[in-house]
Design a protein around this ligand. Structure first.
Ligand SMILES: *Cc1c(COP(=O)(O)O)cnc(C)c1O
Length: 387
């Protein structure tokens, strides 16, 4: 018998079957084209792997923030539609145009840069325009929109590019009753009308992220840009109906040490926790340098050898301590920081609440020295039929 490999000191385990399941489910629900957002290393799940799973589940588009991310997808062999939306003037856009990636412009200066890249690449660009409907982050303000649209139309007529999309982004889609949702959608309709009058006929008009794609059918237009829900996490805790999405990421470690602790002893830097009774403690070999939020010190829980255990004292750079309540599981025991919650372990959402943040930050920051491993809970359709 081949011995099983020793469990890693600390690792992230990603279930690609869960990502495929979630993308299929969300695409079916939205009923329009699906853009799976894989920026920030696939929200910590791995850029190329998350992208591959999304494509297998039918995602027509992939969305990323930066040029580097878009080019990395091409380098990994992805040949489908990709949109990127955050560039700075020093970046060379020619490789993006050459790689047939859709780029986003917010300003006339960006149109000039894209025009130069088109000359260098020797082929027309695929261009999308972003209107700022009220997030007041990226995008053209309404005042500048008619000029941007007119310049984009001229570039289309002289063969510099095709305007493939017009889009915007919501500020409060995780609060379905927030007045910004209606207001932004109304401004988006206005912007689309101005573009249509200027002669633009974009292939895709899009506004919705995960929360809007799920909770706000009127925001779906031709395409939805779904990030967090693809990874099985809830984009709008307290509002999202149960869609059967499955968290794809498990963060686990191997217990380094367990030992008794005397009543009155204090734990970790600053001694912010003191044992009020004799107990036992365990040492978990990951810390804030691995993306475990220090804000969850003394608050979050993990699962050790199948049982929930509270973190005691401060989370350090490389390690933290848990209360084992008198038990002494042997070093080498399995520690689950978070997973899909199906076996009593905490979820990334639980960690988000403990650290006063959102699950997006938990999964996109966890990593550091942890290794990543892929599993597949549901074999692909084709393999089902080959075996
Ligand atoms: C990150 C991002 C998304 C995805 O948002 P989720 O809430 O994760 O679905 C969509 N659109 C833009 C512009 C983004 O930056």
């Amino acid at each position: 018998m081949t011995p099983l490999p020793a469990p890693a000191r600390a690792e992230i385990v990603v279930d690609l079957g869960a990502i495929r399941h979630n993308v299929r489910r969300l695409r079916e629900l939205a009923g329009v084209a699906m853009m799976t957002v894989v920026k920030a290393d696939g929200y910590g799940h791995g850029l190329a792997e998350a992208a591959g799973a999304a494509r297998e589940a039918g995602a027509e588009w992939l969305g990323v923030a930066t040029i580097d991310e878009a080019l990395a997808l091409r380098a990994a062999g992805d040949t489908g539609r990709i949109l990127c939306w955050l560039t700075v003037p020093s970046e060379d856009l020619a490789p993006v145009v050459a790689a047939d990636i859709d780029v986003t412009a917010y300003t006339l200066a960006e149109l000039d840069a894209i025009r130069a890249a088109v000359a260098d690449a020797g082929r027309p660009a695929r261009l999308q325009l972003k209107i700022d409907t009220g997030l007041s982050r990226g995008g053209a303000p309404m005042d500048a929109w008619p000029d941007l649209v007119a310049a984009a139309r001229r570039g289309e007529q002289d063969g510099a590019w095709t305007v493939t999309g017009i889009w915007s982004h919501l500020a409060a889609s995780d609060e379905p009753d927030h007045p910004a949702n209606d207001a932004q959608e109304a401004v988006f309709h206005e912007a689309l009308a101005i573009a249509a009058t200027a002669g633009l006929r974009p292939e895709v008009r899009h506004l919705a992220n995960s929360a809007a794609a799920i909770l706000r059918p009127s925001s779906r237009f031709d395409l939805v840009r779904v990030g967090i829900a693809s990874y099985g996490l809830d984009p709008a805790p307290g509002h999202t109906p149960d869609l059967g999405l499955r968290p794809a990421m498990t963060a686990r470690a191997t217990l380094a040490l367990s030992k008794p602790l005397a009543a009155g002893a204090s734990v970790s830097y600053g001694h912010i926790w003191t044992a009020d009774r004799a107990t036992t403690v365990g040492l978990v070999p990951v810390g804030y340098a691995d993306g475990v939020p220090r804000h969850a010190s003394n608050v979050a829980e993990v699962q050790v050898a199948g049982r929930r255990r509270p973190i005691r004292g401060r989370i350090c750079m490389d390690q933290f301590v848990v209360d084992l309540d008198g038990e002494l599981p042997a070093p080498g025991a399995d520690v689950v920081l978070f997973g899909d919650g199906g076996h009593g372990e905490p979820t990334a959402q639980d960690w988000a609440e403990a650290a006063d943040t959102i699950s997006y930050e938990i999964v996109s920051r966890i990593g550091g020295r942890m290794t990543r491993r892929y599993v597949d809970s549901s074999p692909r359709f084709r393999e089902d039929h080959e075996s």
